[in-house]
Design a protein. Structure first.
Length: 330
């Protein structure tokens, strides 16, 4: 199976977060047939990371198996491969497997592959993997960076806020207490909250991604909630305190995820960039010094027109091979 066929085969396996089992089984069989020492590392029922080693791993290539919803299958034209996960991150999986095959053919020893579940939500696969490091000196994570070596990523602070009220007939609002009105007031104040900036990463950004609540149009709502995600550029402690002060006595709030920003090394001969997204790397601190590079553009990830350019997949294979060899010489 060549690089493009492997990409399409992976895209055609529905692995929306929580449903990664079939994709893990596919890769386990594929890598076992190629002579790698392969293991499935359980994360939760029906879900497992895939670890594959060629000797004792000094450098590990890694990315994630899960995708955001909704699933849609692969298609292609002369220049592009389309489909859910084509750039985030099934094409990257295919490029890393193809690079590993080339490294084996060239007689390069002692490297590994690690494909993780749950990156799109809470990085539970990465956290499980971090409990069992294998002595690697470097980990090369794959995310869509336009084949540039990312030298910094933003962090991610995810918050859930909940308000309560009192249900009543909407014709008699004075008998009730609207949880949605309370929530809107909190969110309006949150939108005015100054966010930190950084010379390298720029300004923090916030997204109110989900709002829900109420029972029916003719019922005063007795409950409401919102999910907020902030892309952070500094330690989040001060920001968490400001948010706690803003919502005190007004609603309940919960920190769902708090992933720090990350700075990484440069390497001569590799074009660099800074990215605003967050990766599994902060949860993989025991797998060696981190690097981040992959084919595809983050601007089409999570969209209904997700795609990856074929020539960028080919170039990524070359880059991954160069990176592994360079790092093994250090």
């Amino acid at each position: 199976m060549d690089l493009f066929e492997l990409t399409k085969a992976l895209v055609d396996i529905n692995s929306v977060t929580g449903n990664e089992g079939a994709c893990a089984d596919f890769l386990r069989t594929l890598l076992d047939d190629r002579g790698f020492a392969v293991e499935l590392q359980p994360v939760s029922p029906g879900r497992a990371n895939v670890l594959a080693f060629w000797g004792t791993p000094e450098v590990v290539l890694s990315t994630h198996l899960d995708t955001v919803p909704p699933f849609f299958a692969a298609s292609e034209d002369e220049e592009w491969i389309y489909g859910r996960g084509s750039c985030d991150a099934k094409g990257i999986v295919a490029a890393q497997v193809t690079a590993a095959e080339r490294l084996v053919a060239e007689g390069v020893p002692d490297f590994g592959l690690m494909f993780l579940v749950g990156e799109e939500t809470i990085s539970d696969g990465a956290r499980v993997a971090n409990q069992s490091p294998r002595g690697a000196k470097y980990i090369i994570n794959g995310e869509p960076t336009d084949n540039k070596l990312a030298i910094a990523t933003k962090g991610c602070l995810q918050i859930q806020v909940r308000t309560g009220g009192k249900a009543a007939h909407s014709a008699y609002p004075e008998l009730g207490e609207s949880a949605i009105d309370k929530l809107l007031d909190v969110l309006e104040d949150f939108r005015r909250l100054p966010l930190p900036q950084d010379p390298l990463l720029g300004i923090s950004t916030a997204n109110i991604g989900v709002i829900s609540g109420g029972r029916a149009a003719n019922v005063i709502p007795d409950q409401a909630q919102a999910h907020i995600l902030i892309r952070t550029v500094a330690d989040s402690a001060d920001l968490r305190r400001e948010i706690a002060s803003l919502v005190a006595g007004r609603c309940e709030f919960e920190i769902v995820k708090d992933t720090p920003m990350l700075e990484m090394q440069r390497l001569d001969g590799f074009e660099t960039c800074v990215v605003a997204f967050t990766t599994d790397l902060p949860s993989l601190s025991r797998w060696g010094r981190p690097l981040l590079l992959g084919p595809g553009s983050i601007t089409v990830a999570h969209t209904d027109h997700e795609c990856v350019r074929k020539r960028d997949l080919v170039h990524a294979v070359d880059l991954y091979c160069r990176l592994v060899k360079r790092l093994k010489e250090r």
